[in-house]
Design a protein around this ligand. Sequence first.
Ligand code: GSH
Length: 337
Amino acid sequence: MRKMIPLLALAAAVGVSGAAQAQTLKSVQDRGSLICGVNPGLDGFAAKDSNGQWSGFDVDFCRALAAAIFNDPSKVQYVPLSAEARFDALKNKQIDVLARNSTWTMGRENDYGIVFPGVTYYDGQAFLVPKSRNLQSALELDGSKVCVQPGTTTEPNFIDFFETNHMKYEVVHEPGIPEMIAAYQGGQCNVMTTDESGLFAMRLQMAKPGDSMILPDVISKEPLGPVVRQDDMQWFNIVKWVSFAMINAEELGVGSKTIDDALKSQKPAVKRLVGTEGDFGKPLGLTNDWAVRIIRAVGNYGEAFNRNVGVNSKLGIPRGLNELWDNGGIQYAPPIR
Ligand SMILES: N[C@@H](CCC(=O)N[C@@H](CS)C(=O)NCC(=O)O)C(=O)O
């Protein structure tokens, strides 16, 4: 018998952890809120105002998930995470999902046992320079002092770019956005590099935004999206289909202002989206009106994009690659059917 105890203990431990692993939805429901890892402060993506209210494109993704689960977009606890801390926080289960302008790479999935269920924003890396440098192209950056944040894809990308083009550089590491802006404005570096969306956001925070320009070259692919652990297919599918539902809603012309009409629609694809036909939410552990809840609370993909980073926001970023596939872009969601 004594020999059995360790084996039984091992089996019990494996059984318990096996069950616990596939339980993200249940633990979110039991807790009564979703724990979402976000950027500590990046205008357009995630930022907290003086009343403690979070807003932004990534924040809206957390709200959409909470709406699908609780029919209440406010049931989210936001955990601000630095670039370096974010994937460990997900791996170590401090958060249920990461929505923090994070680039999908193979190495990140391999190294942390995480998975990107989709791309919510197709971005690319660019360079911001003082207009006084009179540069036209990133190929003229030889000898620059480059401000960059560790723990990002940004640093290896720019080093690849400089080395491939036989240009010299000096790296100036800064731990976050305020430090990066201070170093750039203080002249410790004479170029700043990150995702183009981040450069738009950071330029707005500068004392004289008009004194800087973003060079036209885009040197990398930065497919940004939410991230979950690899241990829970149900949760992966929920996050994936929340993202796809918002894109499909835009494609079908269903938005926060037209959702009541959509509920009366006779169009088969709209009926499946809003749950008046078919059984699409329940197999995920949600209700069949899961997408209605998202669209009512947060809107479709285009609404979230325009409100936070696009034409209706202070960032004013063009839709570009993030246009829908049938409108010249590459945002494309598999059908709900
Ligand atoms: N998409 C890139 C860059 C993400 C990133 O962390 N960018 C910086 C510069 S825009 C940032 O958001 N910093 C905010 C902070 O850590 O305070 C990645 O996933 O590595």
